[in-house]
Design a protein around this ligand. Structure first.
Ligand SMILES: [Zn+2]
Length: 442
């Protein structure tokens, strides 16, 4: 019966329509919700116009000259794959702006010698500052990072007065150096202790200094009108490794830098970049518990790594072994890690043992870093570099005996090749990085 068939057909059609609707819903769902593509954040990006491409190529060439000087135009064209005419235009502009200079060094196949290009290291000077517990160092450097002059000041507990004073000192230092040399200071890099916000220079917590929520950046910015960049001192130690030590040629991409100065800090380099974490607070491994029932740390945690392996811990251990108390005898000048190392080298058994115990604790902590980060290299920096003959082997053997061979086989644990003031050099590198590249790491 036609009516019945129609009803049946209609009912089938309706069912089919429901299926289609459902399918469409599923299809829509899969497009809009199930398969959502990761959004790319373009907030801080601008389209590359003629000017930006020009700027990028200019910085690329300037940085290549800085890294490989002396270098010829032909070599620049080969390495950058830019046309020779483009290289000529850019290098002429850089010569005109006095960023580079040229000379004739090196022979060239018996024929005409190509003119080599060098960085004009006196185009600008840069200023680095390292705030550490006992003293703060200010240093002027050229564009190759060569230190030209230094000044010291006592680091004070009263944070606001100290940073106001430091700001005034930076202003005076940069003005004096400009009037003496005639060369402008391009910027200031400041190494601050503890957990810091690197864009503002706010110290969120530096417990070893007794500083909590200190607007260090604001105090400094009010005192002078120069570009200023901030970094945590341990991360700046790692940054100095990338700029001035072995890894500067890009041979090391994944390493951990460990410093025992003013507590225990680390700088993690992952794929050639300093790892900062979501809010700049990454790499505070000094506050990882080595012993859960250990002493209470200033951070609030118990048995933190830095309580056993920092320079302060080594000095305390030495003093305790000498006179049965952690306090130095009355009237004696406070001992430093430098003095303990010096005494160990002169044959002081207690000093040597204090350092060897530190080495064992360093090895324990580094074992955790190796399991967690699988670095190619662990680099120990600052003062302990001068005690590597006493501690190096103990650190390495402690790690080797605790991690499986597939971690240990290619792992190298070394001391830094930077013998003095790594964080200060890192602060200088921070300004250089902003001059020669578009990166602001760390
Ligand atoms: Zn702690």
């Amino acid at each position: 019966m036609p009516g019945k068939t129609t009803r049946l057909q209609n009912s089938r059609l309706a069912t089919n329509q429901k299926l289609v609707d459902r399918y469409v819903r599923l299809y829509d769902y899969s497009l809009t919700e199930q398969i959502t593509m990761r959004k790319i954040n373009l907030e801080n990006t601008i389209a590359a116009g003629k000017r930006t491409i020009k700027e990028i190529n200019q910085k690329l060439i300037l940085n290549l000259i800085r890294e490989q000087q002396p270098i010829s135009r032909v070599e620049i064209a080969r390495q950058t794959q830019l046309q020779r005419s483009t290289v000529t235009i850019i290098t002429n502009r850089l010569l005109q702006q006095q960023w580079i200079c040229e000379g004739e060094s090196g022979r060239y196949g018996g024929g005409r010698r190509p003119k080599n290009l060098y960085l004009n290291t006196n185009r600008f000077h840069v200023l680095g500052v390292e705030v550490s517990k006992d003293e703060t160092i200010l240093a002027l450097a050229d564009l190759n990072g060569k230190l030209l002059s230094r000044e010291y000041m006592k680091t004070k507990v009263d944070d606001s007065r100290f940073f106001v004073h430091l700001g005034e000192k930076i202003q005076r230092f940069s003005k004096q150096s400009r009037s003496r040399t005639g060369i402008k200071v391009a910027g200031v890099g400041v190494g601050l202790p503890g957990y810091i916000e690197k864009t503002t220079g706010r110290i969120i917590a530096a417990e070893n200094f007794g500083w909590m929520d200190v607007a260090a950046g604001d105090y400094l910015r009010k005192r002078f009108d120069l570009p200023i960049y901030f970094g945590n001192t341990a991360k700046l130690g790692a940054f100095a490794e990338m700029w001035f030590a072995e890894s500067k040629n890009g041979s090391l991409h994944n390493f951990v830098y460990v410093t025992t100065r003013d507590g225990l800090g680390t700088g993690i380099v992952l794929n050639g970049e300093i790892y900062n974490g979501a809010r700049d607070g990454a790499a505070e491994f000094g506050h990882f518990s080595l012993f859960p029932d250990g002493e209470r740390c200033v951070c609030g945690n118990y048995g933190c790594w830095e309580l056993y392996a920092s320079d302060m811990a080594t000095v305390k251990r030495y003093v305790l072994s000498l006179n049965g108390s952690e306090r130095p005898p009355r009237g004696s000048s406070p001992l430093t890690i430098g003095k303990v190392i010096e005494r160990a080298h002169r044959g002081d058994k207690a000093a040597c043992e204090a350092l060897q115990t530190t080495a064992k604790y360093l090895g324990l902590g580094i074992t955790n870093l190796v399991f967690g980060l699988n670095p190619e290299r662990v680099i120990v920096g600052d003062e302990l570099v001068h005690a590597w003959d006493i501690i190096g082997e103990i650190i390495c053997s402690t790690v080797q005996s605790r991690v499986p061979s597939y971690y240990a086989d290619d792992l190298k644990i070394t001391c830094s090749s930077i013998k003095e003031m790594p964080s200060l050099l890192g602060a200088i590198a921070l300004v250089l990085a902003n001059l020669f590249s578009f990166a602001t790491n760390p």
